[in-house]
Design a protein around this ligand. Sequence first.
Ligand code: TYD
Ligand code: MG
Length: 461
Amino acid sequence: MAKSKKTAFFCSECGHESAKWTGQCSACKAWNTMVEAPAEPVKIAGHAGRSIAIGAGSNAEPMRLDEIDLDEEDRTSTGYGELDRVLGSGIVKGSLVLVGGDPGIGKSTILLQVCRNLAGNEKKVLYVSGEESLKQIKIRANRIGEVRGPLAFLSETNLGTIAEVLRKTRPDIVVIDSIQTMFMDEVTSAPGSVSQVRECTNVLMQIAKGEGITVFIVGHVTKEGVVAGPRVLEHMVDTVLYFEGDRYASYRILRSVKNRFGSTNEIGVFEMREDGLREVENPSEFMLEGRPEDASGSAAACLMEGTRPLMLEVQALTTRTSFGMPRRVAAGADYNRVNVLMAVLEKRCHLEMSSYDAYINIAGGMKMNEPALDLAIVLALVSSYKDIPISEKTVVFGEVGLAGEVRSVSMAEQRVKEAIRLGFTTCILPRSNMTRMDLPDGIGLVGVRNVREAIDLLKRV
Ligand code: TYD
Ligand code: MG
């Protein structure tokens, strides 16, 4: 009797490995996600047992830090300042970058635009699509404008063939769109399964590190867990970028969640236009566009995204509850945080929040979790509750504690500077922040110690 092949079970959400099948993944607690796959990495002809030389010139000898050369040239600009910042000032040679996001968010579009920019810069670029035919790519390319320079396309899903092409043509940059469509003959499971995705990424990693080719991998995120989510890949690649944003809103946010070459706090903002994605260099102005005038329940807040301040509008609507249980909805803000803030208002300011429904919305569909948003949520809620509008020239930030105190936040000076730049005339901020900063001209700063003081300002600002 033939000896049966050794298999194991992998969670298609997080890649957790288990010897037995279980209904629930013991690592990420997802249900019905365990799938069977070969347990050992597949031996691939020409790869088996080969060590990966990570970075040119490395060998089995240990080296001292001062013996290692750093080449400034190793970073290349993508032609988009917004993307370069998220990557940590440009593309690093030989790195593996995963771009994830919901279908239709614009992953293929941004990468095609990056390819166009790089090819215009005399870089040799290869765009491999497993999802679209060459004709479809051409249609998209026509939308984004003229493509010049050494940019080649390949419509292929067999990674063995792609690897051969890469070794032969040796491009500087290659895009794999998407990893879920790629397969290797040596792996028996279907494309998109955990083992296919894992093995394909492994081969791409060897090519990236061994040959110094920068590889961009597109990964789809699915909630059903049918296709292996890029979670499995996150451990293997150098940089993970996520494209977020409402599919129906025009702007897109590129966020890095892992980066071996830079900070993970930075975001890049893009806008989807008829002719592709366009960078938004002044996202604050973009986010505040179309604010209602003289309406209660609207407050401008200044948050930090990495090193950059970002203005947003927080909207609140409170209405009397018609059933026993008040309804609370938070779009873009943390639902539990909104409940906590309402409880603080009820207890510390004696506002009757428990008999009011409350709806909070961050205008523009942004998702924000920074504590500095607290005070803006509180003031928007009270403004709607008392029906007193807050002046559109007033900006608010500060963290609210359970005792109703307003606590200091980081980088207050940058936030105030951004408010001045955008023409705000009043800024409500934590008193403790004010004592520690140089008072700027051009804006009236009002420091508050607790939510009661902030609410008392409502009639005046
Ligand atoms: P796409 O890059 O194909 O998404 P993904 O690769 O992440 O699945 O983006 C497709 C969406 O973007 C589609 O809904 C059409 C829209 N789009 C524009 O609005 N303008 C454009 O110039 C392009 C190329 C796409
Ligand atoms: Mg696509």
